[in-house]
Ligand binder design. Structure first.
Ligand SMILES: NC(=O)c1ccc[n+]([C@@H]2O[C@H](COP(=O)([O-])OP(=O)(O)OC[C@H]3O[C@@H](n4cnc5c(N)ncnc54)[C@H](O)[C@@H]3O)[C@@H](O)[C@H]2O)c1
Length: 388
């Protein structure tokens, strides 16, 4: 049980210690700063207590810019600080396991960026530490909290598209499309990164499990097109810097899926996209148009008017939209991070369950197993049944 002091005004203070002051450290901090005024009724007050980064110069600048009270360069200090309620790990992929496990062993609540771990063994250790801890643990699969994605999940769960037959999903970026870029210039390849499948494919795999259900087998081709970037980027056999994956997936409920992940998709900046076809309807969404859900729902007549309709998921009655802006005033990429962190804080402060909408460490572990199976399939040319 987390110790929560009550501040004047009745707001519950939740003390944050954050590791890694780069891109995601800034994004998560933005979420904690935004929560109190977007969700006043929740009476939560995240307190930015301790920022940790091994790069001291960057750390000191960021601590001032982000508004942390204290900073440190050694994560041991962070995970052992008795004052901290939530340890938020925004460090690079290889720096996820040890600080998260230590924090969970100390009974802290933990937020960990994806991919939770780059090896199945590390992901399993993290999952076990979470199961044994008094703290709650979330893996940051933030796209679950895009209002249009949650609306799609609700429609699927309510049976509105019937039995699911097909899923087509892609996560496409272009960071490494230019062959002249060195490994250090392509974000997914050089240390401490771990390839395109871990970096963005992990999000796509989580969307598959969130929307359609458990995956039971995979077969895949995983490729590095620019061979000078085929390095063991995070120092592990599980972390070859791949650039493109094409996979087939079989789901527990009988659906079949096709997944593509690419960091060399020229022209694609940040294109997570999916289409799901069921016996009664279909749904379609992409991250470059995040507020629109395209839905083709059952036409009870002769199909002459059957087709996709664009729904602007910006009404107060739509999932997660209520506390934000009036109808038609769009949300952007950062909002799914704010909504996700709010739900985690609310779960911590009020002892609410994380599942089924928030990704847990078990979800992070299962994604690691699926990525490992895709790599194995690519090496041996076989379809791999999944055993979690
Ligand atoms: N969910 C998302 O939308 C999303 C988007 C991008 C990245 N990510 C993930 O977030 C994580 C961080 O990525 P990023 O883009 O912010 O990286 P980044 O390089 O911008 O920041 C990482 C920071 O961690 C620090 N660091 C490295 N090793 C450390 C250590 N041992 N102790 C303390 N600090 C250390 C670095 O100095 C750096 O400031 C990665 O796991 C990445 O996969 C998630």
């Amino acid at each position: 049980m987390t110790h929560i002091s009550v501040k004047p005004g009745g707001r519950k203070e939740i003390r944050i210690g954050l590791l890694g002051c780069g891109f995601m450290g800034k994004c998560h901090t933005n979420a904690y700063k935004t929560i109190p005024y977007i969700y006043p009724a929740a009476n939560l007050m995240p307190r930015l207590l301790l920022l940790c980064d091994k790069n001291q110069e960057k750390l000191e600048r960021a601590a001032v810019q982000y508004g942390y009270e204290e900073c440190c360069t050694d994560y041991e200090e962070l995970v052992n600080d008795d004052r901290i309620d939530i340890v938020d790990n925004c460090g690079p992929d290889p720096v996820h396991p040890e600080p998260c496990i230590a924090a969970l062993n100390n009974g802290k609540n933990v937020v960990c960026e994806k991919p939770m771990a780059i090896s199945v063994e590390d992901a399993k250790r993290m999952c076990e530490a979470a199961a044994a801890s008094a703290g709650k643990a979330m893996c940051t699969f933030n796209y679950r909290f895009v209002p249009a994605v949650r609306m799609a999940k609700d429609l699927i769960d309510a049976g509105e598209i019937g039995t699911i037959y097909h899923l087509r999903i892609g996560y496409l970026q272009m960071a490494g499309h230019d062959p002249s870029l060195s490994p250090n210039e392509a974000w997914y390849s050089a240390w401490p990164h771990s390839g395109g499948l871990q970096g963005i494919g992990s999000h796509a795999i989580d969307q598959c499990r969130f929307l359609v259900g458990e995956i039971t087998s995979v077969s895949a081709l995983v490729r590095t097109f620019n061979q000078d970037r085929a390095i063991l980027s995070a120092g592990s056999k599980d972390a070859v810097a791949d650039e493109g994956t094409a996979a087939l997936m079989e789901f527990e409920n009988g659906a079949i899926g096709v997944l593509e992940s690419s960091v060399v998709a020229t022209g694609r900046k940040n294109f997570l996209c999916w289409e799901i076809n069921g016996s009664k309807g279909s749904l379609k969404w992409d991250l470059e148009h995040p507020n629109s859900l395209f839905a083709c729902l059952e036409d009870r007549g002769d199909n002459t008017m059957l087709g996709f309709k664009e729904i602007s998921v910006t009404e107060a009655g739509h999932p997660y939209v209520g506390p934000w802006w009036p109808s038609g005033h769009n949300l952007g990429w950062e909002h799914c991070h704010i909504i996700e962190k709010f739900h985690f804080l609310d779960a911590v402060a009020n002892d609410k369950p994380l599942s089924p909408y928030t990704a847990t460490f078990e979800d992070g572990y299962k994604v690691a197993v699926i990525i490992d199976a895709m790599r194995t399939s690519s090496r041996n040319g076989q379809r791999i049944p999944l055993n979690f």
